[in-house]
Design a protein around this ligand. Structure first.
Ligand code: ZN
Length: 489
């Protein structure tokens, strides 16, 4: 399989030619949500980034196994090693079972992703369903001498690891700098070193989510699940690991250390990270109180929103930026996206009504090449969208009849727009059903008027034919004195 795809590898800090380990198969893993609250723009950006990558790799002809996990245990407050589990805290506040919280937010997350037309991953493993795999990995890390047990908890020994393998390569951090920026241990901690992180935590008596192990009744550390589940489903070495930049450190850094320590070598070939969303120039965060959830965006139900924004507007807004750039949310930006999306979708709709009347000025080959080049350059959807929008002027000229196109070029142009807009960028016509219903109604009224005219002209043959053919289509007609009622059965 040949391609010219280059992707930016966070680990090497450069664009590298994409060469899968075992073509035509590609293993893709992306960190999924911790399900303790409603999904927001940040979740949408990460999911859409890797959804487009998943779609694009398939478009290039690869057979992709896409694994996106659900974190339902072990993710503690502030991504720290001490403190309450995020899901347990929510369960306590709402008097629910932890697994009720998980199910509730997992269902809502999936509904949000369906609205955004994010494809379902091939496998969606949950951390709580892979406790044995995680315990096995802890055993391997202890055996290799890179973890220690204290009072029933197990910690990764960053110092021991760093003596043999560089720790901090992915995030570009040096262990000395990390140490000088970390508070020293207060004597209460079980850790030998403040950079050490938990692989297994002994559960205190009030902790509900717990599993037996040879160390204690407890639960796994947050970073462990992705090491265990990615390799279980994609093999000890796989192609792409993705996630948001906020997961780079410590989550992904710790994942690399766990895999090298437990399996003897790093598992991931290309690390890819999408950048963050800011809100009116400010960082978005629960602590800052400026999070807008997807449901609020779809309904226009938030003081910071001037109107509701449909899922496709959100998707298009996200695709109009390159995934490695920051993206600033504002009402103006979303309104501009809405206009751009409408222009693009109505141009695609016009393509179906253009007649090929012979060669004109449009160079479809050149447009196709520009689109391919944009995506091959580290999946530059911003550039691709720009090229697709730039072609609209010519589509409009063809629709108005002020330019012409050959049949062959018209077919290529249709395929080009359909495959990029719908298959790869994953946009869809959100109002299509409503509009179609309206048009169908008008058409039936028009046909019934023709039938009524036929009857007035005593052309009963035509009138009966119209009635019979409508009946065959499932449209029942009841004649009245002054016309007819109809019903779709
Ligand atoms: Zn992860």
């Amino acid at each position: 399989m040949t391609n010219n795809l280059f992707v930016y590898n966070t680990l090497t800090r450069k664009k590298e030619r994409f060469e899968p380990i075992n073509p035509p198969f590609v293993g893709l893993y992306a960190c999924g949500p911790t399900v303790y609250g409603d999904a927001h723009l940040g979740h949408a950006r990460q999911a859409i980034t890797f959804d487009v990558l998943y779609r694009y790799l398939q478009h290039l002809g690869y057979k992709v196994r896409y694994v996106r996990n659900i974190t339902d245990v072990g993710h503690l407050e502030d991504d720290a090693d001490e403190g309450e589990d995020k899901i347990l805290k929510k369960a306590r506040l709402e008097s629910l079972e932890p697994m009720e919280v998980v199910q509730h937010y997992m269902n809502r997350y999936r509904l949000n992703m369906d609205s955004l037309n994010v494809l379902h991953p091939s496998i969606e493993p949950r951390a709580s369903g892979h406790i044995i795999e995680q315990q096995e990995l802890i055993g391997k890390i202890i055996e290799a001498g890179y973890a220690y047990e204290v009072n029933g908890s197990v910690y990764f020994d960053v110092t021991a690891y760093n003596n043999k393998h560089p720790y901090g390569q992915l995030s570009g951090r040096k262990i000395e700098d990390l140490l000088s920026n970390t508070r020293s241990l207060d004597g209460q901690s079980e850790k030998r070193n403040p950079l050490d992180f938990s692989l297994w935590k002994k559960a205190d008596p009030a902790h509900i989510m717990r599993w037996p192990s040879k160390w204690s009744d407890g639960y796994p550390g947050w970073h462990l699940e992705c090491s265990a589940m990615s390799t279980k489903y994609l093999g000890m070495q796989f192609d792409i690991h993705g996630g948001g930049l906020d997961l780079l450190f410590p989550h992904h850094e710790c994942e690399i250390a766990q895999n090298v320590a437990g399996y003897g070598k790093p598992s991931v070939r290309y690390w890819m990270h999408n950048n963050m969303i800011t809100i009116n120039g400010q960082k978005m965060g629960r602590s800052l109180g400026n999070i807008i959830t997807l449901d609020q965006l779809f309904a226009g139900d938030h003081p910071g929103l001037e109107q509701a924004y449909g899922p496709m507007v959100i998707r298009f807004f996200i695709l109009q930026a390159h995934y490695r750039s920051t993206l600033d949310f504002s009402n103006e930006a979303l309104q501009a996206s809405e206009k751009g999306l409408n222009r693009l979708l109505s141009a695609v709709a016009k393509l179906d009504h253009i007649q090929a009347l012979g060669k004109g000025s449009i160079d479809v080959e050149a447009l196709a090449e520009r689109c391919n080049n944009a995506m091959e350059d580290d999946m530059n959807t911003a550039m691709l969208v720009g090229h697709l929008l730039s072609g609209i002027t010519q589509i409009n000229k063809l629709a108005e009849g002020s330019d012409t196109i050959s049949a062959e070029d018209l077919e290529k142009l249709k395929v080009l727009y359909h495959s990029w807009v719908f298959l790869v960028l994953g946009l869809e016509l959100p109002e299509a059903t409503g509009l179609a219903n309206e048009i169908t109604g008008d058409l039936i009224e028009m046909i019934l008027q023709l039938r009524s005219d036929a009857k007035s002209n005593r052309d009963f043959k035509t009138a009966d034919r119209i009635r019979n053919e409508l009946t065959d289509l499932g449209i029942t007609i009841k004649d009245r004195k002054d016309g007819a009622d109809w019903e779709i059965s």
